[in-house]
Design a protein around this ligand. Structure first.
Ligand SMILES: Nc1ncnc2c1ncn2[C@@H]1O[C@H](COP(=O)(O)OP(=O)(O)OP(=O)(O)O)[C@@H](O)[C@H]1O
Ligand SMILES: [Mg+2]
Length: 286
């Protein structure tokens, strides 16, 4: 492949056209066109029920999906889903697990797939150490999961998703209930994984502001549709009005973005993105 061809055909982590996710016989997301280059950090936004979790689970093959074209990590369909790490929105282990952090991270290791002839235990220990280092939580390795703060536990869950050599990371609301400093630590880690390891990160969130300095692209879901692009392309009145089907306004103040229905309109599900309390807390934490 010559340089011109290579430049014209980026390495797409996700290349989808007309993506449709179905749940309980209902179409949750429809007609979604996604082209996300490898190593990008994409923020995924939308109201409660917009389909953020459904989309992530569809990429993992956990939700039925139809598409005119769907390629994940260079292969047809979602056959490469084993190269995708996932941190679910709900923590199935919870705060009351008595597992040590090291054991919790190791539990997700699938060494037999990546076997190199070393002893399985030695390989697994190396993988766990590498994942703990990536999240800067080596000092937590011997702690019980039940002794961790919410922010620490969230970092451990991301380490668990990284214990296998993944090329993509799907993080479903990893910032919820965290203070601004803990949020920034996770965002900086995600950014570093993209920049230094070429991992593609999709992170769902409700407040766009903490992600603004870190993400490459924004994906907004609303009314069963979606729009992907840079912040400037997507987070503006005309683009969001077209997506929500009602007039939307975007205000910017001191580097923060506020999205709300234009005066006189109250779109169902639109008010989520106008979160002044959240923004104020970031300002205080900055
Ligand atoms: N197992 C299921 N069967 C049927 N419908 C479902 C199921 N799980 C979710 N849904 C519906 O699919 C829609 C999208 O849900 P989803 O969880 O993807 O939204 P979300 O954008 O992640 O919301 P939130 O911000 O609350 O996490 C919602 O209307 C939800 O009620
Ligand atoms: Mg969700």
């Amino acid at each position: 492949m010559n340089a011109l061809t290579a430049a014209a055909s980026p390495d797409w982590a996700i290349d989808a056209e007309g993506l449709r996710c179905l749940l309980g016989g209902r179409t949750v997301v429809d007609g979604l066109d996604l082209r996300i280059a490898s190593g990008q950090f994409v923020g995924v936004f939308g109201a409660n029920g917009a389909g953020k979790t459904t989309l992530l689970r569809a990429l993992l093959g956990l939700v039925p999906v139809q598409a005119q074209r769907l390629r994940l990590l260079g292969a047809e369909g979602v056959s490469r889903r084993t190269q995708v790490g996932y941190v679910a929105q709900r923590d199935p282990v919870g705060a009351d697990s008595f597992l040590r952090v090291r054991s919790f991270v190791a539990a997700a290791w699938q060494g037999e797939r990546w076997g190199l002839g070393w002893s399985q235990a030695a390989q697994r220990n190396l993988a766990v150490d590498r994942a703990l280092r990536a999240l800067e939580i080596g000092d937590l390795a011997e702690r019980g999961m039940d002794t961790l703060s919410g922010g620490q536990r969230q970092r451990v869950r991301i380490a668990q998703a990284l214990v296998n050599p993944v090329r993509m990371l799907l993080l479903d609301e990893p910032l919820s209930n965290l203070d601004p400093q803990a949020q920034q630590r996770i965002l900086l880690t995600a950014r570093r994984l993209c920049s230094e390891q070429g991992i593609t990160v999709l992170m769902t969130a409700h407040d766009i502001n903490p992600l603004l300095p870190h993400m490459d692209r924004v994906l907004y879901l609303a009314e069963g549709r979606g729009r992907l692009g840079t912040v400037d392309e997507v987070v503006n009145g005309p683009a969001l009005s077209a997506l929500y089907g009602v007039p939307m306004a975007v205000a910017r103040d001191a580097g923060y973005v506020f999205i709300h229905p234009a005066h006189g309109f109250m779109a169902e599900g639109a008010a989520h993105c106008c979160d002044p309390d959240h923004a104020a807390s970031h300002r205080e934490g900055a």
